[in-house]
Structure formats: C-alpha cells, structure tokens
Design a binder for this molecule. Structure first.
Ligand SMILES: Nc1ncnc2c1ncn2[C@@H]1O[C@H](COP(=O)(O)OP(=O)(O)OP(=O)(O)O)[C@@H](O)[C@H]1O
Ligand SMILES: [Mg+2]
Length: 388
C-alpha cells in the first residue's frame, strides 16, 4: 500500500535525515516507527503526503508514485495526526473535526453530522464536547479530537506522529486501547510514530526501529524483542525486553495443564475415585454447561459430610478465568492477584485447561528466550495445589 524505494532526504545544510530507506506497509497494516529524537521519523512520514520531498528515491501509494500525485488530492487519501495535535484554537471541537469533510465539498450540515459521529467513535460525547474550544479540553481529549479529525475524510491511510505523546501513562494506555479497538474495525493502513518502545510493541503489527536515518530492524514486536537484529536494537528495546515480550506473547493451548475434571453434580465418591486413579490432589469443577465453577481437593471429597454427597457440597468457587490468547503478562498479573495458584483458561465459553505457575513458567521461558523450546516441564515443577 505504501512503498518506500531507496528514499533519502538530505536537507540544505547537509543533514541526512533519512538515508536510503526501503520498506513496504501492507494494506491494513499498522507499522510503528520508533527511535530516538532526531532519527528521521517525522521526515519519513511527511514525505508520504509530500509535506517534504525526498532528495532521492521514490514513494508509491497504491502503486502510484506520490511525486506524480496532486498534493491536495493526495492528502485527501491520507489522514494526518501531527506531533502536538495542531487544532484550530478559534474553532469549536465539532468544527475542528468537520473542517476536512467540509473542505472536501460536503455541505456544512452533513460535515458536522459526520464530525459528531467521529467524536463519538473516539469516545467524546459530541453533545458535551462539541461546542467547546480546544483550550477547554484536557491534553488527552485534544489528542482524541486530533484522531477524529484525521479520520474525518475516511482516508485509507493514516500518518500519526506521536498522537498520544502529551498525556500521562494512564490516559495514554486508554487512548491506545481505544485506537486498537477502532483499528480492529477500520483496518486503516497506518504509519505510527512514537518514542516509546512499549507503545510501539503494543500497537504495531510490525515495528521499525530507527537508528540515525535508517531502519535497524523491521519485524513483528515478538521478533524485535526476542531476537534483536543488532546491538543497537537490543539496547534500544531495553534490558527488560524479556518482560516486554510477555505483553505480546499469548497463552497457548500447549502451555496448559489438564488436571482431572469433575462436574458439580457428580457423586463425591465417584469424583474421589477419579482423583485417586489420576493420583491428583485436586480437580477442576465444571458446572452442567461445562463452564468452570472452581476446584475441589481430594480430601474434601472423602470427608464424611451431611446431605447428598455430590461434588457441589465440597467444591470451592473460583471466579477467575482467562481466555486463550491472553498476553502472558496479563495472565501473570491475574494469577498474582489471586490466591488459588492457578487460573482456568477458556476458549470462548469452552474450558481448555489450567494455567499453573509451572505452566506459566514454561510459557515465560518460551517467550523470553529464543531457544527455550527444550526446557522440560519437570525442571520447573512446583507445588500447584490450591491453598485454602
Ligand atoms: N528543515 C530542516 N533543515 C535541516 N535539518 C532538519 C530539518 N528538519 C529536520 N531536520 C533534521 O533532520 C533530522 C530528522 O528530523 P525528524 O524531525 O525527522 O526527527 P524525528 O525522528 O521525528 O525526531 P523527534 O522524535 O524529535 O520528533 C534531525 O536531525 C533534524 O534536526
Ligand atoms: Mg518527530
């Protein structure tokens, strides 16, 4: 969709801002450009919509050289969120957002209606915020208006230059989540600039790690973190890259353990036999629908008790479950917040197995070292019996 062919930008004073850049952004792909200040990220971006002309090489948009396109027509196809937002201070939020569609010839009323939809889409209620001026918004709200404005002409391509740069980490994470949600339905082709490796990892289908004027590595977040191509990249992504990688490595079916499974309405004696046969100290308890209810310890099943001896009277509920595909970091965090020592893992509604500390440890090793495939489970065996 966007193709850079040997693109170089040299400024009049001799600064080479971008040096022989070649790469391609696929349709619907989001590539994050990450690197230190002054490494050429903004220059790369501005050459796409011809705010800057390359010194050498060419850029193709949908197979067509942007150098041959009319700049005005070109910019209609490319939404642009600039570093520092750049809203018109004397226009209301609604009018800021409606500007582009109006310029594109939509009647004012239709442009404003569309603007209201877009504000809604980025999580700003137009009836609350539409008539405010930019200086009556928080930084994060201004950045959302910037995103809404870039989406206003419904361009297939978005250039976003540190769109969430000026907000605190909590708001930033919120904006990132909203943007990911939007992107999962809009499928724009996006170049997204950031200083922040965590943001790059979180948002990018691929990450381009910039050195000075050049891309040092362009690959998926998991590969950039797991196998940095150069010492520069390794240093840039940080010594804690193993931890960062947990955010992009999902829980897989192969990570799970499968303790015996009993049903709430099973007779306690039969359940006890099943556990004894498996040599297991506890079992997962599912309800009649097959949804996890909790767990039951072997001793609890054999204790004498009152009333009908089914698993129900002996089981303990366990509310926490995670979905297959959940990032390991989130699974670990959920596990740490609960006492049980394990988590049920679901695939949609279906119970798939449990994540124990030992299983998680294996998964973490898979995520953090490129060659951990040979790690044996029993090397890391831990006591995984839930504590009461
Ligand atoms: N008009 C100009 N004339 C000369 N040099 C320039 C000009 N514009 C940018 N540069 C230089 O080109 C290099 C790349 O600038 P660019 O704005 O692309 O960096 P960046 O990666 O976006 O940095 P930041 O993260 O700080 O926004 C820098 O060294 C900058 O000083
Ligand atoms: Mg910049």
């Amino acid at each position: 969709m966007i193709r850079f062919e040997h693109v170089t930008k040299r400024y009049a004073d001799g600064t080479t801002a971008v040096d022989d850049l070649s790469f391609e952004v696929a349709k619907g792909e989001l590539i994050t450009l990450v690197g230190p200040s002054g490494c050429g990220k903004t220059t790369t971006m501005k050459m796409v919509n011809r705010l800057i002309e390359p010194t050498e090489g060419r850029i193709l948009l949908d197979g067509e050289a942007v150098a041959d396109a009319d700049p005005v027509e070109l910019r209609r196809r490319i939404g642009y969120v600039i570093q520092q937002v750049g809203l018109f201070p004397h226009k209301t939020v609604l009018d800021n957002t409606a500007t582009v569609p109006h310029l594109l010839g939509r009647p004012r009323k239709a442009a404003r209606a569309r603007a209201a939809e877009l504000l809604d889409l980025v999580g700003l209620d137009p009836s609350v915020y539409g008539d405010r001026y930019p200086d009556q918004l928080s930084g994060g709200q201004r950045q959302r208006v910037g995103v809404a404005r870039a989406l206003a002409a419904d361009p297939p391509v978005l250039l976003m230059d540190e769109p969430f740069g000026a907000v605190d980490p909590v708001v930033r994470e919120h904006l990132q989540n909203e943007f990911l949600r939007l992107q999962s339905t809009l499928h724009k082709t996006v170049l997204f600039v950031t200083h922040d490796i965590e943001e790059a990892v979180r948002l990018g289908d691929r990450i381009a790690v910039y050195g000075s004027g050049r891309i040092e590595q362009l690959d998926t977040p998991a590969t950039v973190l797991g196998a940095p191509a150069t010492p520069y990249t390794a240093e840039f992504v940080g010594a804690d890259r193993g931890l960062k990688r947990l955010a992009v490595t999902p829980v897989e079916a192969a990570d799970l353990e499968e303790p015996p499974v009993v049903r709430l309405d099973d007779p306690a004696a039969r359940a006890a036999e099943a556990l004894a046969a498996a040599g297991a100290p506890w079992a997962v308890v599912l309800d009649a629908d097959g949804t996890p209810y909790g767990w039951v310890a072997a001793e609890a099943l054999t204790e004498a008790g009152n009333g009908p001896a089914t698993v129900r009277g002996r089981a303990r509920p366990m509310a926490e479950a995670v979905q297959l595909g959940t990032p390991l970091r989130q699974a670990l965090s959920t596990l740490l917040q609960h006492d049980a020592g394990w988590l049920a893992v679901l695939d949609g509604d279906r119970y798939r197995g449990v994540l124990t500390p030992a299983a998680l440890h294996g998964a973490l090793r898979r995520a953090t070292t490129a060659d951990a495939a040979d790690l044996a489970r029993d090397e890391v065996a831990l006591d995984t019996v839930p504590r009461t």
